[in-house]
Design a protein around this ligand. Structure first.
Ligand SMILES: *Cc1c(COP(=O)(O)O)cnc(C)c1O
Length: 331
């Protein structure tokens, strides 16, 4: 793993690559009490020529700096950290699985080690990058999941930290996840406000491919403007590719749950899917709300479905099968 320490006035220490394992911290370290920490999730892939590739990694560096600034954790130089990550990947290249669908997952993490009882500005912090080989999310192709609308627990709200990859957003969703499982679903669909605006599905961004109430074929996802949505890099990539394809209208906006339920009743919802680095695209088969299951049609998962073509294009870029500026050879 990679380790870099920061001290107020001194800045970042020399980065070190050390053996993965336990670390020693003072129990007063701010992170344990006040959750001053943020993280990233990214993957490294091996292409058919044996090159190690990363997908838009500069975006993860930007987002980690954005998260750190929201929590008054120290900023860093993104290109320099990427050089350190490249060095780490070179050391452990043999551990990166070589099959399509497999990858090395990277988990950058910054937290405050400031050893005071009081909640002060951060004076000491650590940055780590851990890695783990990961297999495909689904061993046997697409496996759609069910969502259950969660009107009880609010994941994020305007002025909060929903757009920050900050641990404090995630530990309270473990309970929502348990409730969703008890309701027979795999993930909670988070909504907020009286309009029950749709926000995210578990820890994924959400998209609908449908005929909207104006009769237009549209790809729609909740907008980033109110700060409740984590700005996923997969989300942005799906938006960018869909605009390039030009098959449908592509919209980012506030999306009331009722508008979606009405479209289900009209049978105008063609596909729903989640996006994120782990699954790339996660097909969704149904949304349950108020005891009713609203399901997408069977052909939502066929070969020429929008989400299937999008998955194929994104993974082809990630594994270097299509030459694309989003994929960077790093080692
Ligand atoms: C990380 C994350 C995502 C997905 O972001 P990607 O950059 O696409 O991996 C979506 N929602 C939440 C809440 C997340 O934490």
């Amino acid at each position: 793993m990679l380790k870099v320490e920061w001290r107020n006035g001194l800045g970042w220490s020399n980065p070190q690559i050390i053996q993965s394992g336990p670390i020693a911290l003072h129990p007063f370290a701010h992170v344990f009490h006040y959750a001053n920490e943020c993280y990233e999730g990214m993957k490294a892939y091996i292409d058919s020529n044996g090159n190690v590739r990363m997908f838009r990694p500069e975006k993860n560096m930007e987002r980690l700096n954005f998260s750190a600034s929201r929590l008054c954790l120290p900023a860093f130089n993104g290109e320099e950290l990427l050089k350190c990550i490249e060095a780490l990947l070179k050391v452990d290249k043999e551990w990166i699985p070589r099959k399509k669908g497999y990858a090395m997952y990277l988990r950058p993490l910054i937290f405050s080690t400031t050893p005071w009882l009081g909640l002060t500005q951060t004076s000491e912090a650590h940055l780590y990058v851990m890695m783990s080989p990961v297999g495909p999310y689904f061993k046997s192709g697409f496996v759609p999941i069910k969502l259950a609308v969660d009107s009880k627990w609010i994941r994020a709200w305007p002025g909060g930290t929903g757009n920050v990859k900050f641990g404090g957003n995630y530990s309270p969703t473990v309970m929502a996840q348990r409730d969703a499982a008890n309701a027979g679903a795999s993930q909670a669909l988070f909504v907020y406000d009286k309009e029950q605006y749709i926000t995210e599905a578990g820890t994924m961004n959400i998209f609908l491919f449908w005929k909207n109430n104006m009769g237009e074929i549209e790809l729609v996802t909740p907008s980033l403007e109110d700060g409740t949505i984590l700005a996923g890099i997969t989300r942005q990539s799906v938006i960018d590719l869909a605009r390039e394809w030009g098959e449908c209208k592509v919209t980012e906006r506030m999306l009331p749950l009722q508008e979606v339920l009405d479209a289900f009743i009209r049978e105008d919802v063609y596909e729903i899917f989640g996006t994120g680095t782990a699954a790339v695209i996660q097909p969704i088969s149904s949304i349950s709300y108020d005891g009713i299951d609203y399901s997408v049609p069977k052909n939502a998962f066929s070969e020429n479905a929008f989400q299937v073509r999008m998955t194929n294009t994104l993974t082809a870029i990630q594994y270097g099968e299509i030459d694309h500026p989003w994929s960077r050879v790093v080692a």
